[in-house]
Design a protein around this ligand. Sequence first.
Ligand SMILES: Nc1ncnc2c1ncn2[C@@H]1O[C@H](COP(=O)(O)OP(=O)(O)OP(=O)(O)O)[C@@H](O)[C@H]1O
Ligand SMILES: [Mg+2]
Length: 349
Amino acid sequence: MPTKLSPEMILAALSKVQEPELHRDLVSLKMIRNLEIKGDAVNFTILLTTPACPLRTSIEKAAREAVLTIPGVKTVKINMDSSVPNDGRQRGLLELPVRNAIAVASGKGGVGKSTISTNLAVALAQTGARVGLLDADIYGPNLPTMMGIHDLPDTVGNKLIPAEAYCVKLMSMGFLVKPGQPLIWRGPMLNSAIRQFLTDVEWGELDYLIIDLPPGTGDAALSLAQALPLSGVVIVTLPQAVSLEDASRGLEMFRTLEVPILGVIENMRGEFFGSGGGEDLARVAKVPFLGAVPMESSVRIGGDTGQPIVVTEPDSAAAQALKSIAGQVAARISVSALEENSPPKINLI
Ligand SMILES: Nc1ncnc2c1ncn2[C@@H]1O[C@H](COP(=O)(O)OP(=O)(O)OP(=O)(O)O)[C@@H](O)[C@H]1O
Ligand SMILES: [Mg+2]
């Protein structure tokens, strides 16, 4: 007759299972919830720090195997759930119910920041996360076109309601000025426009707010980085050396501003621009390499027609790369939240 199963036995087995990104075990990370033992059947929930966790199947498998090694356990039922740590409030994100604000930046223009911001936001939303997308390119807003939406809903009270497409909430200067109309603003006005996009817009609760930055390391990027406490920034670069010098300048600017660098994305990899530069930059700057997106005409067409490639051609190489990058970004955010306040702030039940 085997000994009766106890919660302690199950937790002891699970405390040997590591969360591969966070390098701590599932029990001390308080990821095991709702443990139930019914005879020889064990049920529990694993609470991930992001629904976009790229390692969810391997964590589930390792946990299942660990519990099945306990004598007397016949079946293991695992419910995978998630709760994104609230980094935003910790950083005093203008009192917004935004858990993590992530900027997408580069040293220079035209490298694919807006394309990547759009697809990252949609890919995160596809995992079930609550996602907002802020077009901080006040002078050259492209996101309404890339998301295929051109009007805001009616305002409610004195708050702007963001547009919504592909389950992502979107705010852009493109909704407020007519196409082709020039905007001539100076630094302080730019700063206050971006602040208003945060404070006067009814974002609701968000797990991730993706912020598409204007090109360059100029005023706009600088004032945004100072106006808003960012959880982190991803740096987009083209594969070739000249672009890398610009990307490196961008990266160093954020480092100086003490914004965590989540990693480098190489965009437009292929015969035309080559490959490998993103990895080089990541290695030299000692930051993670998040992945490479191939150059594919369907990526551009998706942007031009307002149909992001992660929606229209989810199995294409570019969409797969973008989805994997979204998972990496979410994982890096979880790691940086843990490093700042270990263990992660997830509500105990
Ligand atoms: N992987 C890709 N394959 C093919 N075309 C791409 C890819 N990524 C981006 N593009 C195209 O390259 C052009 C520039 O991209 P995008 O507007 O996203 O760059 P950006 O860095 O935001 O530019 P800006 O600095 O002007 O804001 C767009 O036409 C876009 O569709
Ligand atoms: Mg852009």
